[in-house]
Ligand binder design. Structure first.
Ligand code: S3P
Length: 440
């Protein structure tokens, strides 16, 4: 099946055979967005390899093209970006459509706040409900002018403002907010310093350094000054740990399974799920640890193992913020009780992931108590039923994993958004033993 056929479709996931083989998951979404943006405002041509051909990252590429950046696609998963330099972007009167991508919209807001021209950023139904004050307020204190209604998209970013650096303590751990402020900081006078309540993914910092921008950073803080230049550089994008996560859980819960996931990005700010699953008893080893494109990568080998419930250490939450939907599935089929706290951010992702997972799991007969900032999940046998994706790619893929061990088929309504982060999921999943079909 062509990946495009995943659009607008419902899926049926059934118990399959044990999962086997090598599963090459696509490129990292966070790294792909940042590589495009930095390459766009660098001087010279940058080649991006392993680029995620997802709707989110393609939306960012399309926005940059609207802003006058020439981007070539020599092959699938590859882009050559002809950088226009720090001040070379050109304004457009058209809206800039970020699609479903929170990362795209928040980072572009920071980048556009420092331009000479006005811009309007828009998004789809899900993105239009996501909070933007977390970026617009600190950007305003840097001198940016951004108009939003009730803190929601569309965002009108007024150009021609003089930005000044600030020292900002983030109220929530968010790599998107940190990155937006750092991008605005490139255009500001003085220094921009960000302090985080808990360290988050540091791709923007690492990549700015790789593009030659002086930046001082360590876990939990980053500081840069304005007025330098970015120099084109090639970027090798590792496979996305968040996409690998579905297969880590799937192979852990299906008896007889053994999967290899090659060249997965293992930035420690992304691998909280690895630690959580190991605490639950999972059998996951990392082989051939190496560095690629300035990032730690390795091959993950996962074998079936009985999982038990845990009290999830709160310190792991930011390092696995995108992996909770699939952790909920692992917890729902583990023995005993799993307690998740300190994860209120899940309520403002592509959907309210605490509510959507609780609703879907209850439909399948699981016992789950929703709390304000997490859930208490009692493990057991999942039953058959129909669940809603709520336009959330990770909810859809997580319930596809649930179907592997349910007592009968799990129907997942509207898996359209899987293409935002994981084009080809259906084929890869079926290739290693899922029984995942487009529903009638
Ligand atoms: C991302 C940061 C996280 C994550 C998102 C990608 C990034 O969001 O959930 O999928 O690329 O910076 P927050 O910054 O809102 O935590």
């Amino acid at each position: 099946m062509n990946p495009i056929d995943q659009r607008s479709l419902d899926w049926n996931s059934r118990p399959g055979r044990p999962l086997h083989g090598s599963v090459p998951v696509p490129g990292d979404k966070s790294v792909s967005h940042r590589a495009l943006m930095l390459a766009a405002i660098a001087e010279g041509d940058s080649r991006i390899r392993g680029f995620l051909e997802g709707e989110d990252t393609r939306a960012t590429a399309a926005v940059l093209a609207q802003l006058g950046v020439h981007i070539e696609t020599p092959a699938a998963g590859e882009r050559v970006v002809r950088g226009v330099g720090l001040h070379g972007l050109r304004g457009t009167t058209q809206s800039l459509d970020c699609g479903n991508a929170g990362t795209g919209m928040r980072l572009l807001t920071g980048l556009l706040a420092g331009q000479a021209f006005d811009s309007t950023l828009v998004g789809d139904t899900s993105l239009s409900k996501r909070p933007m004050r977390r970026v617009t307020e600190p950007l305003a204190s840097m001198g940016a002018r951004i108009v939003a209604h009730d803190g929601l998209p569309p965002l009108q970013v007024r150009g021609g403002q003089s930005l000044r650096g600030i020292r900002y303590e983030l109220p929530v751990a968010s790599a998107q907010v940190k990155s937006a402020l750092l991008l605005a900081g490139l255009y500001a006078t003085g220094e921009t310093e960000i302090i985080e309540p808990h360290p988050t993914r540091d791709y923007t910092e690492r990549m700015l350094a790789a593009f030659g921008w002086p930046i001082d950073f360590s876990p939990g803080r980053a500081k840069l000054g304005g007025g330098h230049a970015l120099h084109a550089t090639d970027v090798d994008v590792p496979a996305d740990f968040s996409s690998a996560a579905f297969f880590l859980v799937a192979a852990s819960i299906v008896p007889g399974s053994a999967l290899r996931l090659p060249a997965v990005g293992l930035n420690p700010r992304r691998t909280g799920l690895l630690q959580a699953l190991r605490l639950m008893g999972a059998d996951i080893t990392v082989e051939h640890e190496r560095e690629a494109g300035g990032e730690p990568v390795g091959d993950l080998l996962v074998r079936h193992a009985p999982l038990r419930g845990i009290e999830l250490p709160e310190a792991l939450v930011p390092d696995m913020i995108d992996e909770f939907p699939v952790l909920f599935i692992a917890a729902a089929v583990a023995s005993g009780r799993t307690v998740i706290r300190g994860a209120a951010e899940l309520r403002v992702k592509e959907s309210d992931r605490i509510a959507t997972m609780a609703r879907g799991l209850r439909t399948l007969g699981a016992m789950i108590e929703e709390t304000a900032d997490g859930a208490i999940i009692h493990g057991g046998q999942l039953g058959t039923g129909t669940v809603e994706s709520h336009l959330d790619h990770r909810i859809a893929m997580s319930f596809a994993v649930a179907g592997l061990v349910a007592s009968g088929p799990v129907r997942i309504n509207d898996c359209t958004h899987v293409a935002t982060s994981f084009p080809g999921f259906l084929e890869l999943a079926n290739g290693c033993g899922f029984a995942l079909q487009v529903a009638d």
